[in-house]
Design a protein around this ligand. Structure first.
Ligand SMILES: CC(C)(COP(=O)(O)OP(=O)(O)OC[C@H]1O[C@@H](n2cnc3c(N)ncnc32)[C@H](O)[C@@H]1OP(=O)(O)O)[C@@H](O)C(=O)NCCC(=O)NCCS
Length: 166
């Protein structure tokens, strides 16, 4: 059963489509100022890239909700026929961080991928710096592959064909 706040509002995390109804709220979400060196892209930038991606792989994105409140954003680039999913963006608004929402959003993504016929691997990458997301992803079972993307992003991977922590 989903946890509820004292006012009765649900704290269940869900991934919901970005629509004309919630667009402004999603664009208003932001990481903390000091996190922008390791996560420089705004949600506006990410949504624009989702529509004009650098390659032909399908892009999937959702707002992260807690109950009826948008708190974050998640976006993947996908090669379903190879069972490969790349977690391209993940952010939780600064004032909602540290409450388990980011972890739950990744778990929901993993559940979705495991529900696809061929989902095998979830890959991500992060810029290196103070407060980078490496420790967060390691806690979820991701491991470093040793590769770098564009010479500056460390690549991490979780194998979904075995149960690896999420
Ligand atoms: C990384 C991020 C998505 C995590 O979301 P969150 O909701 O704050 O994370 P959770 O509350 O689920 O954290 C789970 C655990 O990871 C830890 N954690 C979260 N972010 C961390 C970070 N940047 N470095 C180290 N540990 C971190 C939390 O302290 C928590 O540990 P605890 O249970 O011992 O307290 C969020 O901090 C964020 O938006 N950061 C800026 C954007 C970013 O770096 N995104 C990743 C892109 S590659």
């Amino acid at each position: 059963m989903a946890e509820t706040r004292p006012n009765g509002e649900s704290r269940e995390v869900s991934l919901r489509a970005v629509t004309s109804e919630n667009l402004r709220a999603v664009l208003a979400l932001s990481v903390a100022e000091e996190q922008k060196s390791v996560y420089p892209r705004s949600n506006a930038y990410s949504i624009a890239e989702a529509h004009y991606p650098p390659d032909d792989d399908p892009v999937w994105f959702r707002a992260v909700y807690v109950g009826e409140t948008p708190v974050g954003f998640i976006m993947t680039s996908e090669v379903p026929e190879q069972g490969e999913y790349f977690l391209w963006r993940l952010m939780i608004d600064a004032k909602h961080q540290g409450k388990g929402y980011g972890s739950r959003a990744v778990e929901l993504l993993v559940e979705r991928i495991k529900g696809t016929p061929n989902g095998k691997r979830l890959i991500t990458s992060h810029l290196v710096g103070d407060g980078d997301a490496g420790a967060f992803y390691r806690r979820l079972g991701f491991e470093y592959t040793g590769e770098m993307l564009d010479g500056r992003d460390r690549v991490m991977r979780i194998d979904l064909s075995r149960d690896a922590g999420v």
